[in-house]
Structures are given as structure tokens and as C-alpha cells.
Design a protein around this ligand. Structure first.
Ligand SMILES: Cc1cc2nc3c(=O)[nH]c(=O)nc-3n(C[C@H](O)[C@H](O)[C@H](O)COP(=O)(O)OP(=O)(O)OC[C@H]3O[C@@H](n4cnc5c(N)ncnc54)[C@H](O)[C@@H]3O)c2cc1C
Ligand code: FES
Ligand code: FES
Length: 1261
């Protein structure tokens, strides 16, 4: 039997019949080769954690690909480079790894190998400018850093960087003498010493009978495709080109026959006859190169526009393997898919050559292709027509974020215009994203032909025809019909404005012609803080101690625990109703599936069926590990499938049949639930101490914020190993003790037989406080039942569907103010959507923050715990405080709009003058100067008066944030006698916040030893029993307190020895102490009594610009000042502030959860549909200032918490957006004091709809 051969990091590997159809390159690298430096999360090309570099054949350019999308059997002849090869502790680290680390571009570090590999691949291809690099980073997501330090690090490798990273001495980036390319290899390596070209070639057809009984063929000749199809039939087959389409439409199970056509040369390249004929097997990267080249030639100049459009398609690694034909075939199978490739081809009336099994080539139009039955056929070529200069072409793509998203609506406009009278001679108007069938506006085209294009009459006439002929259908979770219809009209208008001769286009309208996102220039940032070298290593801006190993893929996470024999994999079976009674669970079909080992339901649990081990402040109620009878929400776990592989487990869960009775419609929306008394219970109330009588205006309102998925790059994972004493549990948790208790109670075995361990987390943000208990308990149950190691890797989809998120909340208020906007009374009620059960209450953290920094004396405040029929929601970065601060800030805004007052003055007039005014006004003074607020305010007003279709907003938000005191933690410190090195274990969990680095700095400061002498070790339930959760931004400081105590105790023990020596150096002192039998291991605990309360203050100024016609936005600049005290590590704290701000920004802009309102099913459950911000979404100019000369208290070394507060400050962004929207509404005569509510994030849809544009206003002059 044939085998597929390739190199991984220079070593040859072959695969054949032992592989199944669903074995991806990612799985092969991680599980077969144990190369676990390559990480993963989404498994659909959406996050970039899995990026590796490949050369597809000897001498081919090195390109990034998503290892999660590539079948390992597709890798024939490839040379694959993983993070392990790029740089490591043995051969030395690569400049990219070092630069990313030095720039603090890695926090939890889970995304870092993927970033390095993406950039490594880019650099291999060509030198790029800083802007090109920034635009090329759409393939990767980082949830921690907020991107700024990553961009900054990578820009140092740009051709135009004024401050380049020193790379001269690095062979990895030297220029190859043979090829002139940037190249990492020595010439010997370049010639493929292990697999030669000839080796790779072998026969032109490779056939492998895969382990799951599928046939894999690799062909080089198109005729072989038909020969194989003829032999096997066409009932169940797939042509595998890039295999990326499954990123758009997931494949649950591959068909019986798989034919790899990626090596078919006749499907590649291009040639010119009358048309430009492009092989359909070209990748999208090839296509861009062809467009780039051919756009230099007459008649194909329009390809420049196409090339620019393709920059907005997917991202580079997908384009490096995804092909033209593959993309078009998605459109063929799913007509609703917004294929950019189809759109562009349709715009110019391209045709396709389709080859059938009789060897006949049919030439068909794009329109025809939509309905073509492609069974047993191959797309050979696309034919692009020549178009002379009389043709003008414009295309648009509107996305929920700046890059790497499929279109909400996209369009192409082609006009042949008479150069003299500007009459339309010919035109094509095409759309995608409106409805599966409506792809071309024929009636509008006919209307335009013969008319002078750039007159208001033609424009209005065409708009009306278009509006009437458009067919726009609901396509959940895509935005509403109303928005997509508006977009279609707007894009038509924008297209014409962009072509309109400047002399015909009114000056105020010109703003509508531009492209907000694509024209955004290079981003920049400043981080201003003081550091006092006399205190170093305290207060020193040091990179993270584990940053380099993270950037090198050497840092270990839970799923990096190597596989051991007999390991099984598990996945939850989820309910498919939201409310109902389980009548029967039938797993018989699933158990028949090859590879399935077992099924467990609630009745198999030996102990308590609960993963919320209360009572505690987090857990007031039990939540079932597996639903026993009454289903509480859609996709509640009710069983566990155990299988030999994760893929089989994930697949087999769908074969478990569950019957329900009493199925009811769920209540999902907090806005509905809050008015049902049965669903609400008061949690906390505060009463006003006075009521003012100077009442100029009273107004009422309500505001609602919805959930946010934490989007950790590492999903919930657990690995359990039966050990001689009981069970070892590798968990992804912020709270070891909680997992420990849960497993013990669920399995009914003693805690001392269970060992829970955590090295670090790949992001957490609150997601891993309580929810990991469920996965850990399920995984432990499997190991307990089978006495086998188990690995439970929860997919992104299950993570999103089955697990709670940030609590939605909704408020009602009635406010009375005087003419200066000072609140006379405020009756404020807040309803918190806990999901189906109250655990982890939101306001626990926000009780003291409901009035932010304002005078609360006239505020009546009530908080209710509200129940909806959804997952039990869970704390998410700055829970409670974010919501309360936002409510207070929105209130200030509303007062300003209602009373026509300056919002800054309203805020100042309402400040708490006793407790907070001095701090806030001092920060404001600094920020106003640094940000040139007054001048920029004038500029914004001027901009808004001069531009009809673009508007700006410049607004502040204020912040007061006070951390909760945190209970029990442990610190152990040991000193080794032989070399004086120190090892520390502490109860804190390193999840990117830099707790280990700050612990090292604190220890080094007190003991006066170099930081290099100190090592932090992994945390577990043996050395750190009963410890409290890491969270609330305070664990780092509390660990610091414990370290200080340990150091003091150690110094006390060393003192008598030291006194007998003559000013000894550390190593000698320790040696002597050891000889004198001094116990060099110390231990300390910290608790609530050790800490002190303090307030953190901050002010943000955000400037945004919106495109009124589309709702797109750009954050022009953010200035943020935060009082972080005297930071232990300002570099790390800058990272915390930036990262948390961007997470908050995502919450307020792009991150939208959508549910099926009838069933309760989450529709935005993938990276494809839930969009977190990416590198080009962050503020273009992002300036962070730390308050000068700030100090909190000695107990925590003068520092203040930084992990969460800035999340709350991001509310400045929607507040500024609102100002821009108000400016747009003013143009329509809607007064600024007419309040309008926008619930949840300010998505492009909501911005555009709130601008209330009218098609009658679409004019040229
Ligand atoms: C993260 C991500 C983002 C994306 N963003 C966008 C976007 O913004 N805009 C957009 O338009 N697309 C987007 N896509 C889709 C992407 O362009 C397609 O996945 C890719 O082009 C498919 O090509 P492929 O070679 O990988 O197809 P494959 O997955 O290999 O194949 C897909 C289908 O095409 C069939 N097929 C392949 N070649 C031929 C042929 N020559 N003849 C007949 N049938 C054939 C196969 O049988 C299969 O059914 C995105 C995809 C991902 C994963
Ligand atoms: S895991 Fe491959 S892109 Fe997310
Ligand atoms: S550092 Fe990027 S996701 Fe954590």
C-alpha cells in the first residue's frame, strides 16, 4: 500500500493505512509526533493558534498554513516547519521569538507559537513594510495582549522600520546566495537531503486505504480523477484541494472516497487567450499574484481592484491552500454563502469551464453555476474577460470587524461610461449576502443604461428600482434584513460616489466615497510610566519570566501532557431542548460506532451529581454534572461518550438518542425575564440619603447589555491519570480547590487520593473559575469507571453552547436633574441574568461600584438576581464592576444629551466630592493635557460639520474600581544549599497576568538576590491545598504578601548565621546555613486580614470615526490614564491594561451572541460567527499613561491591581460612537436630546441603523 511522505523539521515521516480520514496535520504533529508546541483552539482556521510553515515541494516558497485544516495525507512532498524547529533552548531562540518576548507580546502565551509561525512564514517570503506586516496579521487571535505589543514586535522586522530588530548575526534571516530570498537553511538543507525531489515524485497516483475504511487517492492528472470516480462511484466522494472549506461549513464525517487534487498541475497557472484563463486549482494566494501581475496589462487593469478585494478575504494561511474551485464549490452547495470569489467573477461576467466524466468541457456563466449539479464534475478554469478603460469597477465588502470575516453584504459594480456625456453604456451590479438567489440587480442595470450616471435624478431613480427589486431574506445569525437592505443601497451609492468626477460631487458628500477600514494607516502606541531604578527589581519593567518559553512553544499547558497508553477521550452529549423532561436516553447506536468505548449518564455517578461544591460565595446552588431529568437550558450536558479518539467521541455524541416530554419554549432575554416577578429576587439594595428638589427635568429609561464569551485560546480541557493512590487530574482551572472538592464529591473518594495540578492556563478571564469543574469531574468519572487515562478536550462549539458567559444585565431608571445636570434623585434597578440558577452573582464584585465615582447620596439602587432559561452564567473579566461602571457612565451621557450640557461638566458636577473628586480631577488634568482634548474637540466638531457621511465622536469615561479582598492562599519557598537557588510554589494560577514574574521580582527584592536565581514551579493540590480562586485581579498582590512573609521568615532564620559571618554573599550564607541545619524551606499563608482596601481610578478618552452609510468604525485614538500605584512591573501592567481594554472594546463593538429565540440554541457558536477584535480593530493610536507618584499601601508594595479595571474603561468607545451617531442623526433633523437605546454591542449593524439614514438623502450635490 502507498504512503504519503513528508518532512517535519527536516525529519522524514510517512503515513498510510494507520491514519484515518479526519487526522489533521495538527493532530499528527501533536499526538503522533508529540510536537505539542503547535497549539490549537477553534479547529476551523479562525484563531491561528495552529499555524505552521510549509514548503509544498522542494524549492517552493515557505508559507503559513493552519495545521488544523490540513489532512496529514495531503502533505505529500511537503517540508513542514513547526515552532520547535524555529528556535529552542538547545539551538538558541529565533529573533522573532526573542523580539515577541522582549516586547511583552505574550501573556498567557497560548497564542504565541502561532504568531511566531505566521510571522516566520511571512518573513520567509518577502521583506514587508510595517503597514504590510500589520495588515498581514489577520490570521491570528490573541485574547490577552490587545495586539499592540505583538504588532510592535513584528514591525521591527519591516523594511521601513526606523528601529529594526538586530538580525544580522542570525542565520535564520540571512539572504540565500542561491535564491536571493530570505532563507533559514544552509544550502545543504535547501536541497532536501532527506527526501529528494525524485523520492517525492514516485507514481502519479497514490492510494491509501485509510484506517476508517475510506479511500484516499492523490492524483496528478485530471483523467485519474474520473478513472477513480468511475471505479468507486460518485455517491460519496470529495475532491480535496486545500480542505479549508470545512472551516466555513464543518464536515462531521468525510465521504467514502477522497481524491487529493492539490498536485494536479493542469488546474494551476494561467494563460491569456482572448480571456484570462486561470486554473481553478490555484490557491487564493496564487490568484492574488496572478491578479497583481496581470493588472499591469491592458484590459486587465481591473484586477488591481480584485486584488485589493482579495486582501479582505479570509487570511493568509487559508489563502495559501484554499483554492478558487474550493471556494466556488462552497457557493454551489450553499448558495447563501457570501463567496467573495464568486462575487468578483460574477461582477465581470466571468465564465467557468466544467469538465464532466465524458471528457466534455462545458462553459457556463456564474449565474448558471449556482444551479449546476456538480456531481462527478471538475471545475477546470475560470475565464475572466478583457475590459477596456471605459469600464469602471468598484467592489465592497462589509464585515463585522476589520479583517478575517465573511461578508455581511458585499457588492461589485461595473460601469461602462461614455467619457463625454457620462451616460451608462453597459453595467453589472452584483451582490452577495442578501439572499441565496439575489446575486444581480438586472432591473437596476436596465434602468441605468442610457442615463447620465452622476445626476441626483438618476441616482434616486436607480436607488428606488434597486430597493424594489432586491430580495433580502433572513439568514440567522447574519444581521437583520433591514440592515442588509440598507447596506445594499448604501454600497450602490458609495460606488457611484467613488467614481463620480470630483467636480460633480459636493464637498460634504465626498466623505461617503472613502473606505474607513482599508484606508486606516499604521497603528501606533505610547506607554508612559515611571520606574525607579533604585528599587529594581521591584518596579522594574521586566519581560515575563516564562515569556520566552511561551514564544518558543516550550511552555506546557494541560493538553500538552503527553499521551500515555490506553488513553481514552470523552465528550458531552448535550440536550437538544431548552426546557423539558428526559424520558429516555438511548446510547445503543453510539455504542455501535467503531472506536466508542462507553457511555455514562447521571445514574453512573457514584457520588453527588453536582459540580458546584458549595456552599461558598460562588456556589449557592448545585448545578448538575449531568442532567438527570429536567433539562434547564439548550445544550445542557446529559451524558458522556468515551471513545478511542476525540474525533470519534465528538461524532458519536450525535448518535445518542434522547426523548423528551413536556418541551417548552424558553425565556432567553433578560429584558423579558426582568418583568416576571417569579424570576427575580432582590440581591442587594442601597437607599439614598437625600433627595434634591431643584428639578429641571425627569427622565426614565432602560439599558441592556448582553453576554460575552470569554474566548480563551485554550478551551476547557482535562487529563486524568489513574495513579497508585487514586487519581491525578490535570485541569484547566483558576481554582484548584474547587476542582479538587468536586472530583472528590462526585466520585465519592477521599480528597487525599486525588491530586489536581495546573501548570498554567491559556487564558481564563473568569471562564475557568467554576466551569472547569464540570469537565474535570466528567473526565475523572471516565478514568474512575474504566481505570484508564482520559482526555476531555471540550470543543470551541461545546464551550460556547454548554457553558455560561458574562452575565447579561438590564436596568430601569428614573432620574431627576437640575439645570446643571446634577442628579436630584436616581431610582436605579439592575437585573442580572444568572441563567437558570443563581451562582456566581454579578454584583458581588460591583456592590460598591454602582455609583462609580459619583455622589451616591441621592441614588436608590436595587439589584435583582434574575433567572432565564439559559446556561448558568459565569464571571467574566471585571464582572459586576463593568456593568455598574457602564450604567453610571451611560447615565452621565444621557443627562448631557437630555440637558444639552457638556458631558465632561456633567460628570464633574456629579462627582463624589468627599471621596473621589481629588483623584479624578488630578487624572483628568493630566489626561486633558496629554490628549490635547480641547483642540481635538474643536477639530471633531469641524469634521462633523464638513462631512455628511462620516462622523466622529470624542468622549470620556471615568472609572473607580475597588478590588474585593481575597481569602486564603499559600506560598512555599525553598532554597537549595548547593547553589543558593530558590524555588517557589504558590497558590496563584499563572494565566497570563504575570503572577510568576511579579512573585520572582518580589522575592528577589526582599532577599536581594538576582531574579535568575528564582524559579516558580507548578501549582497543585498537594503543595497548595484549600486555596482560594485566582481571580478578581488580586491574587498577584496576595501572593506577593505571602512571598514577603516567607522572605522575612527566611531572613529571620538566616540572621544568626549571617551575624557570625563577614558580610557573606548569598550562596555562602545559604551553604553555611544548611551546614548549620537551618530549615531552608519556609511557608506562609495570606488571607483577608493581610490585605487592605483601596480604590483604583482611571479616565479614558476615545476618538472614533464611523461610516454613516455602512456602520463601519475606526477607533482613531484612545488615551487612557490609570492609577496602578507603584507597579511591581510596569511592563506587565501595561499589558494588563491594554489587554483588558481591548477585551472590553470587543464586548462593546464586535462580540454579539445570537440565539434562536424559539429553541434557545446558540447560533453564534464558532470563530466563524462570533467575532472578537483583531489587530486592525484596536485603537489606531493607543496611549496609556500610568498616574505619576501613585502609591497604594506598604502591604502590597505600593502597587494596585491591573488585570480587570481597564475592561470597564472601554465603555468610552461606544460612548464616543454614540456622539458620532448623534451627529449623523442631526443631519436628518433628529435632535441630540432625543434619546435612543442601543442594547448590547455597538455592531456595524446597530450603528448604521441608529444613524437613521434615508435613501432620499443619497445625493451627489
Ligand atoms: C477562516 C476562513 C475564513 C474564510 N473567509 C472567507 C472570506 O472572507 N470570503 C470567502 O469568499 N471565503 C472565505 N473562506 C472560504 C475559503 O475561501 C474556502 O475555504 C477555500 O477557498 C476553499 O478551497 P479549498 O481548496 O480549501 O476547498 P476544499 O475544502 O478542498 O474543497 C471544497 C469543496 O470543493 C470541491 N472542489 C475542490 N476543487 C474542486 C474542483 N476543481 N472541481 C470541483 N470541485 C472541487 C471539493 O470536492 C469540496 O466539496 C474562508 C475560509 C476559512 C477557513
Ligand atoms: S486551531 Fe487552527 S486556526 Fe484555530
Ligand atoms: S497571550 Fe495571546 S491569547 Fe493569551
Amino acid at each position: 500500500m502507498d504512503r504519503v511522505r513528508f518532512l517535519v523539521n527536516g525529519v522524514e515521516h510517512t503515513v498510510g493505512c494507520e491514519i484515518s480520514s479526519d487526522t489533521s496535520l495538527l493532530e499528527y504533529l501533536r499526538r503522533w509526533l508529540e510536537l505539542r508546541g503547535t497549539k490549537y483552539m477553534c479547529q476551523e482556521g479562525g484563531c491561528g493558534a495552529c499555524v505552521v510553515s510549509v514548503a509544498k515541494h522542494p524549492g517552493a516558497p515557505t508559507e503559513a498554513v493552519n495545521a488544523c485544516l490540513v489532512s496529514v495525507t495531503s502533505c505529500h512532498g511537503w517540508e513542514i516547519t513547526t515552532i520547535e524547529k524555529v528556535g529552542n533552548r538547545l539551538k538558541g531562540y529565533h529573533p522573532l521569538q526573542k523580539c515577541l518576548y522582549e516586547n511583552n507580546g505574550s501573556q498567557c502565551g497560548y497564542c504565541s507559537p502561532g504568531w511566531v509561525m505566521a510571522m516566520y512564514s511571512l518573513l520567509k517570503k518577502k521583506k514587508m513594510t510595517m503597514l504590510e506586516i500589520e495588515k498581514s496579521l489577520a490570521s491570528n487571535i490573541c485574547r490577552c495582549t490587545g495586539y499592540r505589543p505583538i504588532i510592535e514586535a513584528f514591525k521591527k522586522f519591516a523594511s521601513d522600520c526606523p528601529d529594526p530588530y538586530p538580525i544580522l548575526d542570525i542565520e535564520d534571516l540571512s539572504i540565500c546566495k542561491k535564491t536571493g530570498d530570505v532563507c533559514s537553511k544552509t544550502c545543504d538543507e535547501y536541497d532536501w537531503c532527506v527526501v529528494s525531489k525524485e523520492d517525492v515524485k514516485q507514481s502519479s497516483v497514490i492510494h491509501i486505504k485509510l484506517s476508517d475504511n475510506r479511500d484516499w487517492y492523490r492524483v496528478e492528472d485530471i483523467s485519474d480523477v474520473f478513472r477513480i470516480l468511475d471505479a468507486h462511484g460518485t455517491d460519496s466522494y470529495m475532491l480535496v484541494a486545500g480542505n479549508t472549506a470545512k472551516g466555513a461549513y464543518p464536515i462531521l464525517e468525510y465521504p467514502r472516497l477522497l481524491i487529493d487534487i492539490s498536485g494536479v498541475a493542469s488546474l494551476k497557472g494561467c494563460f491569456l487567450d482572448q480571456n484570462l484563463v486561470i486554473g481553478a486549482g490555484n490557491t487564493l494566494t496564487d490568484l492574488m499574484e496572478i491578479f497583481d501581475r496581470m493588472s499591469q496589462t491592458d484590459y486587465f487593469k481591473y484586477l488591481k481592484t480584485f486584488n485589493e478585494h482579495l486582501h479582505l478575504v479570509a487570511h493568509i494561511p487559508v489563502k495559501n491552500i484554499g483554492t478558487i474551485a474550493g471556494n466556488l464549490m462552497i457557493k454551489n452547495r450553499h448558495n447563501e454563502f457570501s463567496s467573495d470569489v464568486f462575487l468578483l467573477f460574477n461582477a465581470v461576467g466571468a465564465e467557468l469551464d466544467i469538465l464532466n466524466d465524458r471528457g466534455i468541457v462545458n462553459r457556463i456563466s456564474m449565474q448558471h453555476f449556482l444551479k449546476e449539479n456538480m456531481q462527478g464534475k471538475v471545475i477546470l478554469n475560470v475565464l475572466l474577460p478583457p475590459l477596456n478603460n471605459e469600464y469602471k469597477i468598484v467592489t465592497y465588502k462589509i464585515m463585522p470587524r476589520a479583517q478575517n470575516a465573511h461578508a455581511i453584504v458585499h457588492s461589485g459594480f461595473v460601469y461602462k461610461i461614455d467619457p463625454y456625456d457620462k451616460k451608462v453604456l453597459d453595467c453589472r451590479i452584483v451582490y452577495g449576502g442578501l439572499s441565496p438567489a439575489f446575486i444581480r440587480a438586472n432591473r437596476t442595470e436596465r434602468y441605468l443604461i442610457g442615463r447620465r450616471l452622476f445626476t441626483n435624478e438618476t441616482l434616486q431613480g436607480a436607488i428606488n428600482v434597486l430597493d424594489n427589486e432586491m430580495v433580502v431574506t433572513e439568514e440567522p445569525p447574519q444581521p437583520s434584513v433591514e440592515y442588509r437592505r440598507k447596506l445594499a443601497l448604501s454600497l450602490f451609492y458609495k460606488g457611484l460616489m467613488s467614481l463620480c468626477p470630483p467636480e460633480l460631487l459636493g464637498a460634504r458628500y465626498r466623505s461617503g466615497a472613502g473606505r474607513l477600514r482599508e484606508s486606516r494607516s499604521l497603528s501606533d502606541g505610547k506607554q508612559i510610566f515611571d520606574t525607579n531604578p533604585s528599587l529594581w527589581p521591584l518596579n522594574q519593567p521586566l519581560p515575563k519570566v516564562d515569556g520566552l518559553v511561551q514564544c518558543a512553544g516550550e511552555a506546557k499547558y494541560t493538553e500538552d501532557v503527553p499521551s500515555i497508553p490506553k488513553e481514552v477521550f470523552a465528550a458531552f452529549v448535550l440536550s437538544t431542548v431548552a426546557l423539558g423532561t428526559i424520558q429516555k436516553i438511548d446510547a445503543s447506536r453510539a455504542l455501535l460506532e467503531p472506536g466508542v468505548v462507553a457511555f455514562y449518564s447521571a445514574s453512573d455517578i457514584p457520588g453527588q451529581n453536582s459540580f458546584t461544591p458549595g456552599p461558598s460565595i460562588a456556589f449557592m446552588n448545585d448545578e448538575e454534572l449531568l442532567c438527570q431529568k429536567e433539562v434547564k437550558y439548550y445544550n445542557q450536558p446529559l451524558g458522556i461518550i468515551v471513545a478511542e479518539t476525540q474525533k470519534v467521541a465528538d461524532k458519536a455524541v450525535n448518535f445518542v438518542k434522547v426523548t423528551y416530554t413536556n418541551v417548552r419554549k424558553p425565556v432567553l432575554d433578560i429584558k423579558v425575564a426582568k418583568s416576571d416577578p417569579k424570576r427575580n429576587k432582590i440581591y442587594f439594595a442601597a437607599t439614598a440619603t437625600k433627595t434634591g428638589v431643584d428639578i429641571a427635568k425627569v427622565f426614565k429609561g432602560e439599558g441592556t447589555m448582553y453576554g460575552q464569551y470569554h474566548f480563551c485560546m485554550e478551551t476547557l480541557v482535562c487529563v486524568t491519570h489513574p495513579i497508585e493512590e487514586g487519581l491525578k487530574v490535570y485541569a484547566t482551572t483558576q481554582w484548584i480547590d474547587s476542582v479538587h472538592k468536586t472530583v472528590s464529591r462526585v466520585l465519592k473518594i477521599q480528597q487525599n487520593k486525588i491530586e489536581v495540578t495546573v501548570r498554567r492556563l491559556g487564558g481564563a478571564y473568569g471562564f475557568k473559575i467554576s466551569r472547569p469543574n464540570q469537565v474535570a469531574a466528567a473526565c475523572s468519572l471516565v478514568s474512575y469507571k474504566l481505570n484508564r487515562p482520559c482526555r476531555f478536550i471540550q470543543s470551541l462549539k461545546t464551550n460556547m453552547r454548554a457553558v455560561g458567559k458574562r452575565l447579561p444585565s438590564s436596568n430601569n431608571y428614573e432620574v431627576a436633574v437640575n439645570s446643571q445636570g446634577v442628579i436630584q434623585y436616581n431610582n436605579l434597578e439592575l437585573y442580572e441574568d444568572n441563567g437558570y440558577v443563581v451562582n456566581e452573582p454579578l454584583t458581588l464584585f460591583g456592590v460598591d461600584i454602582y455609583f462609580n465615582c459619583y455622589d451616591k447620596s441621592s441614588w436608590n439602587f436595587k439589584v435583582y438576581d434574575t433567572i432565564t432559561d439559559t446556561t448558568s452564567n459565569t464571571w467574566c473579566r471585571s464582572p459586576g464592576t463593568l456593568e455598574n461602571v457602564a450604567n453610571a457612565e451611560w447615565l452621565m451621557e444621557r443627562i448631557a444629551y437630555e440637558m444639552n450640557l457638556d458631558p465632561l461638566n456633567v460628570r464633574l458636577a456629579n462627582l463624589d466630592t468627599v471621596n473621589h473628586e481629588a483623584n479624578i480631577t488630578e487624572l483628568l488634568k493630566t489626561l486633558k493635557t496629554n490628549s490635547q482634548y480641547d483642540e481635538r474637540k474643536v477639530d471633531v466638531d469641524k469634521f462633523n460639520s464638513e462631512n455628511r457621511w462620516k462622523k466622529r465622536g470624542l468622549r470620556h469615561s471615568f472609572l473607580r474600581w475597588s478590588p474585593l479582598l481575597s481569602p486564603f492562599l499559600e506560598v512555599n519557598m525553598s532554597v537549595y544549599a548547593d547553589d543558593g537557588t530558590i524555588v517557589i510554589t504558590h497558590s496563584g494560577i499563572e494565566m497570563g497576568q504575570g503572577i510568576d514574574t511579579k512573585a520572582v521580582q518580589t522575592c528577589a527584592y526582599y532577599l536581594k538576590v538576582p531574579v535568575e536565581k528564582i524559579q516558580i514551579k507548578s501549582n497543585d493540590s498537594v503543595i497548595s491545598p484549600n486555596a482560594f480562586v485566582s481571580g478578581g485581579s488580586v491574587t498577584t498582590q496576595n501572593v506577593g504578601i505571602g512571598i514577603k512573609k516567607c522572605c522575612e521568615e527566611l531572613q529571620k532564620r538566616l540572621e544568626p548565621i549571617k551575624a557570625k559571618m563577614d558580610d557573606p554573599v548569598w550562596d555562602d550564607l545559604i551553604r553555611k546555613a544548611s551546614e548549620s541545619e537551618v530549615d531552608l524551606q519556609v511557608h506562609a499563608t495570606t488571607g483577608i486580614a493581610d490585605t487592605q482596601k483601596y480604590d483604583i481610578y482611571g479616565i479614558t478618552l476615545a476618538e472614533v470615526e464611523i461610516d454613516v452609510l455602512t456602520g463601519e468604525w475606526n477607533i482613531i485614538r484612545v488615551d487612557l490614564i490609570e492609577d496602578v500605584g507603584r507597579s511591581v512591573n510596569p511592563e506587565i501592567d501595561i499589558g494588563q491594561v491594554e489587554g483588558s481594554f481591548i477585551m472590553g472594546m470587543g464586548y462593546w463593538t464586535t462580540e454579539e451572541l445570537k440565539y434562536d429565540q424559539d429553541t434557545g440554541e446558540l447560533l453564534t457558536d464558532r470563530s466563524w460567527s462570533y467575532k472578537v477584535p483583531q489587530a486592525r480593530d484596536i485603537p489606531q493610536d493607543f496611549r496609556i499613561y500610568f498616574r505619576k507618584k501613585s502609591y497604594s499601601n506598604d502591604v502590597i508594595l505600593g502597587a494596585k491591581a491591573t488585570g480587570e479595571p481597564a475592561t470597564c474603561m472601554a465603555v468610552a468607545v461606544p460612548i464616543a460612537m454614540r456622539e458620532a451617531i448623534v451627529a449623523a442623526r442631526l443631519e436628518n433633523g433628529l435632535p441630540s436630546n432625543q434619546w435612543f437605546e442601543i442594547d448590547g454591542p455597538y455592531t456595524v449593524e446597530k450603528i448604521c441603523l441608529s444613524c437613521a439614514i434615508r435613501k432620499e438623502d443619497f445625493k451627489f450635490y
